[in-house]
Design a protein around this ligand. Sequence first.
Ligand code: NI
Length: 134
Amino acid sequence: MEKAARFGVSMPAGLLRAFDGAIRQKGYANRSEALSDLVRDFLSMQKWEGSDAEVCGALVLIYDHEKRGLSDKLVDLQHEEHRHILSTMHIHLDERSCMEMMAMRGKANEVKRISDRLMVIKGVKQGKLIMTSA
Ligand code: NI
């Protein structure tokens, strides 16, 4: 096994308590093991997201449809990226909030780039992308 390196980590106390509780439930022996796994996941995700592997993606956006111009912006961008956005489902969550789920396909780096463009639009409250190899 590769030689371990030590480093100090600072984080909010509440966050650390929640982390300790979660890793205990998962059965990790200690923080170092859990943190190493998280870092491995993060690195492989970073590498994969930047690659040109063919993927399917599902993007979920939560947004405020009363935000001026937002719905138009979202539709414009979806038309612009129609080659990668295959289908959109729109759900009216309540008087103001909408959820939009988009099925996407293409190279991982393209799907990620398009998702980032949609998520940063002002008025989009939450965005989550899931990708899997096509
Ligand atoms: Ni709606």
